[in-house]
Design a protein around this ligand. Structure first.
Ligand code: ZN
Length: 370
């Protein structure tokens, strides 16, 4: 995985012209690896008559068979033995079916390089201790969802002075602790250290709305941030325009729009996408995106909506080098004022409407308990 390692160490994280060659070599390397180590994947490649050692240009990546994310919910594919999978993460399955993906040491080390670089570019690292308020689940031994793990992971970008979780494990499952959150907010507003919130956009929105209703207005210490993340579906669960969201953050917490940072990623595609100051999700060096026609899966030109196909050579543990989401998106190549040269992905929705409803209902149910 020589090329993959090089790719994950690149300094040019948003300059595809500089990394296209390396990305291609890394993809080829990864495809050959899975072809050799995962029988089921080899069978799929054979079925499509695709030979990984013949990958020569980016157009070959369009031909590389993609696996639907759904496929991983029903089939457990692996290319390294179970005992070498140090961490196991599951997608947040709202309907009972979820992907279980193992991460081996090599994959985790690549992830570490990526997080360091991306965090540096977006100025997320800080030596100044931070009061964290996490609008999400308190991690427990049983809770293996990637969402709760990533949320916890984000509390390492700056040393934690404190960590408060909105959803605490109680006797009857997770409970929303409004009281704790409000107390922590009050305290953080008087602190000389910055505060950072982390959470699903939907939860963050509901909590801020509730604070607005109660007439709470804070001016959080300088350097405070609102960070949003938690997988794909949460994006559409909240039917809030981003502008409205930023205005609410400013009103209730006194935090400027430039300090609201959004992330996304998925268990099946654990690349850290972070929005720029113009709130665009540029595609980092570690991945490429192909937008495909939902009818025949042919690639679509930039600017046209279609199914989002995500590619990365990051994963060694499972053949996740080209996965098809059931999300619709548009790839934009217009120049972004932030200066990043990489195209950016606009996620416009989900194919299966049922999932959206389930997720929104889940969020609301939790909030009503509080
Ligand atoms: Zn930008």
């Amino acid at each position: 995985m020589k090329y993959t390692r090089q790719l994950f160490k690149t300094k040019d994280i948003y300059d595809p012209e500089k990394t296209d060659g390396l990305f291609l070599r890394a993809m080829k390397e990864n495809a050959i690896f899975h072809d050799h180590h995962c029988e089921e994947y080899r069978r799929i490649l054979e079925e499509f008559d695709f030979r990984p050692d013949e990958i020569k240009g980016m157009e070959d990546l369009v031909q590389l068979p993609f696996l639907p994310m759904l496929y991983f919910k029903h089939n457990h594919l692996q290319s390294v033995p179970e005992k070498k999978q140090l961490i196991k993460a599951t997608s947040s399955g709202t309907s009972g079916s979820m992907s279980r993906i193992g991460f081996d040491l090599n994959t985790l080390l690549l992830g570490k390089d990526m997080v360091i670089r991306v965090g540096k570019y977006h100025r997320l690292w800080s030596v100044k201790p931070v009061n964290y308020i996490i609008f999400g689940y308190e991690p427990t031994r049983e809770n293996k969802t990637a969402v709760s793990k990533t949320a916890y992971g984000f509390t390492f970008f700056a040393p934690a002075r404190s960590r408060t979780f909105a959803l605490e494990k109680g006797r009857s499952g997770y409970e929303l602790r409004w009281d704790r959150v409000f107390q922590a907010m009050e305290k953080a507003s008087k602190s000389s250290f910055p505060m950072r919130t982390i959470g699903f956009p939907a939860y963050t929105w509901f909590l801020l709305k509730e604070m607005e209703k109660k007439g709470i207005r804070y001016r959080m210490p300088p350097g405070s941030m609102v960070t949003l993340g938690g997988g794909w579906k949460q994006f559409y669960a909240q039917k809030v325009e981003k502008e409205e969201f930023y205005q609410l953050v400013e009103k209730v917490l006194g935090i400027d729009e430039s300090h609201v940072v959004e992330f996304f990623g998925a268990v099946e595609h654990p690349i850290l996408y972070t929005d720029c100051c113009c709130h665009h999700f540029h595609i980092p060096a570690y991945s490429r995106v192909i937008i495909r026609n939902p009818d025949d899966f042919s690639p679509l030109p930039d600017g046209q909506p279609g199914l989002i196909n995500l590619l990365t050579p990051m994963m060694q543990s499972a053949p996740l080098l080209s996965v098809m989401t059931d999300d619709l998106g548009i790839l934009h190549r217009e120049k972004c004022p932030c200066g990043a040269k990489a195209p950016w992905l606009e996620i416009i929705g989900r194919v299966g409407i049922r999932d959206i409803v389930t997720c929104a209902a889940g969020a609301e149910e939790y909030l009503q308990k509080g």
